[in-house]
Write a protein that binds this ligand. Structure first.
Ligand code: PLP
Length: 371
């Protein structure tokens, strides 16, 4: 394309979005990466109240101070991260936190480790910054968990940063504490920055979530409100790191997009400072659905790990493209594993962000694809 800047030329458009438009009127969409729940009413009330009270003006560049205080408290209580509101930036979703962090840190030709399979933005954000994405492979034999050995094998002399994602999209894998701590030690020793995408932190089953930033100063914690509070369209997230790194990220943030809108920031403060029962209820419902889907896929002879978090199952389908197309003829929409990196070639991602009833129906339909 003659108009494209060199760094944009090789960027891929999202394979997931492409799937959104597929299927007939009765199709069950298991490609969606967003909770199918409504935003909890007390959060919506807070947003409406903020608008009624004219919270419609600029907020501080790093974000509303009340919200940054709430995030600081949350990080201390849930993640054992001791920080201050000055070292937090409120961002337009976790997506902006990822983009701004990578733009702020990565020089052309720096190597950046990314999980494989992994969320598709990582590779493209690194490429947009001129860096080299280096895939850290994970396998179904280890339930797709990234280990310290996997990271060590992928390190180069030129590694600037490591992107980690636990619980993981697309596999649902939750990393073990020992690996998180050991990878954090590598980051400290070798002066490498860990960019820890923790957006699925609250959707986790019978396991505990650990944060890299609790073990090293060389980490950026990325989190947000999209998944835990079913607020994907309100575009709100944040990042936390040491002051030196935050000052650099702020430069990108400031000239990229100013801020999450002020009223939404009020709603985010309410989300963090009120009862977390809505989060627990959603998590419990997701766990029931995970059990249904994993059991059904196993009964069909489709190999999958038992994911400990997020709302995805990544199952082995052999010829995944053929599987996806057959599933489409049965009105089930899925995403090919290859969209998430080369390790996904023979796999399919299924999102169970759909009602239990629809999932039961979808499983019956998939039985016809398997025979
Ligand atoms: N990180 C991962 C792993 C995701 O799956 C997603 C969304 O699907 C994001 C980040 C983006 O989150 P947000 O909606 O907060 O921008």
């Amino acid at each position: 394309m003659k108009y494209a800047a060199k760094r944009v030329e090789n960027i891929n458009l999202s394979q997931i979005r492409k799937m959104f438009s597929k299927g007939g009127p009765n199709a069950i969409n298991l490609a969606l990466g967003e909770p199918d729940f409504n935003t909890p009413p007390h959060i919506l009330d807070s947003l409406k109240n903020a608008l009624d009270n004219n919270y419609t003006h600029y907020s501080q560049n790093k974000g509303d101070i009340e919200l940054r205080e709430a995030i600081t408290n949350k990080l201390s209580k849930d993640n054992n991260i001791k920080t201050t509101p000055e070292d937090i930036i409120v961002t337009v979703g976790a997506s902006e936190a990822l983009y701004s962090s990578i733009q702020a840190l990565v020089n052309p030709n720096d190597d950046v480790l990314i999980p494989n399979p992994g969320f598709l933005s990582y590779k493209e954000c690194v490429t947009l910054a001129g860096g080299n994405p280096i895939e850290v492979n994970t396998t179904i034999e280890n339930d797709f968990k990234t280990t310290v050995d996997d990271v060590q094998k992928s390190l180069t002399n030129n590694t600037k940063a490591i992107v980690m994602n636990s619980p993981c999209n697309p596999t649902g894998a939750v990393m073990d504490k020992e690996d998180i701590k050991a990878i954090a030690d590598i980051a400290t020793d070798k002066d490498i920055i860990i960019i820890a995408d923790e957006i699925y932190e609250k959707i986790i089953y019978n396991k505990k979530h650990y944060s890299f930033q609790a073990y090293t100063d060389n980490a950026i914690t990325i989190n947000g409100f999209s998944k835990a509070y079913a607020m994907t369209g309100l575009r709100s997230g944040y990042c936390s790191s040491n002051s030196e790194i935050i000052d650099e990220i702020l430069k990108v943030h400031q000239y990229n997009v100013a801020c999450v809108d002020t009223a939404t920031q009020k709603a985010c403060t309410t989300a963090l400072t009120s009862s977390q029962q809505c989060v627990n209820d959603m998590r419990n419902e997701f766990e029931k659905r995970r059990n249904l889907v994993v059991e059904s896929l196993n009964n069909m002879g489709l190999e999958c790990s038992n994911p400990d978090g997020a709302f995805y199952v990544f199952f082995h389908a052999g010829n995944s493209q053929e599987f996806i197309e057959k599933a489409l003829t049965e009105d089930v929409i899925l995403v090919p594993g290859l969209a998430f990196g080369s390790m996904g070639r023979e796999y399919v991602r299924l999102s169970y962000a759909q009602s239990y009833k629809n999932l039961e129906k979808a499983m019956k339909r998939l039985e016809k694809v398997v025979v």
